[in-house]
Design a protein around this ligand. Sequence first.
Ligand code: IPD
Ligand code: CA
Ligand code: CA
Length: 267
Amino acid sequence: MSRHTPSMSVMVAAARKAARGLQRDFGEVENLQVSLKGPANFVTAADKKAEKVLFEELSKARPGYSFLMEEGGVVEGSDKSHRWIIDPLDGTTNFLHGIPMFAISIALERDGQLVAGLVYNPISDEMFIAEKGQGAFLNDRRIRVAVRRDLAQAVVATGIPHIGRPGHARFSAELGTVMNEVAGVRRMGSAALDLAYVAAGRFDAYWEAALAPWDMAAGIVLIREAGGFVADLKGGDAMLDSGGIVAGNDVLYRKLGDLLKKAHKQA
Ligand code: IPD
Ligand code: CA
Ligand code: CA
């Protein structure tokens, strides 16, 4: 069983409330697939609605905390030492296409340090939570990163830059190198869930470039508390600032990081 601090209880309650709206709206999206106009506007509204619920619930429970949110941007609170980092819907493309692989992601930062993370998939009802020093949990069961040390046996997740995003050539070079060394590469469409899956030992490792802080903040706490490691794509600690991240156990995050550096030299 996990021992929560009151802050985690607040995060869980807010996520569950926002999730109820997303569950309803996802059901609606599945119906809208057949209409020509498609569900795009509807999904934007669902996204904003979920963020509003999270903002209201967290503000009510912790007045004064600051926010960094995908939709609403920065909201400075009177309490400068605490900040929520939120993606109300990570995996928008999946949601839009009726693919049940998306999540709410909430992280709490205290004095510039990530201290708590929650990633919740409302469709599978999988709640991944972690607090600094307390371990990582999936629906109250302790989770740990996988123990495989050999890239040739590793299933590695990533994110592919889509239309209008930078980094296509660089990603092709990365994939070209990585796919020759690993058992399989997966692109699930939610960075938050990719990191949660690494924390749970489902994926052995993960990398992606050009992410935003709200895509990875919660997942980073999960990985660390599950005994794993994260770095930016240069092997440093600037994941949130650089947007690049590589994650895995102590051996694989390094091996994958080295492979990526090799790929970048060739690109
Ligand atoms: C996206 C997802 C995706 C990643 C993209 C993100 P969104 O977030 O995390 O897996 O590859 O870079 O922008 O737009 O669905 O919140
Ligand atoms: Ca996102
Ligand atoms: Ca989002």
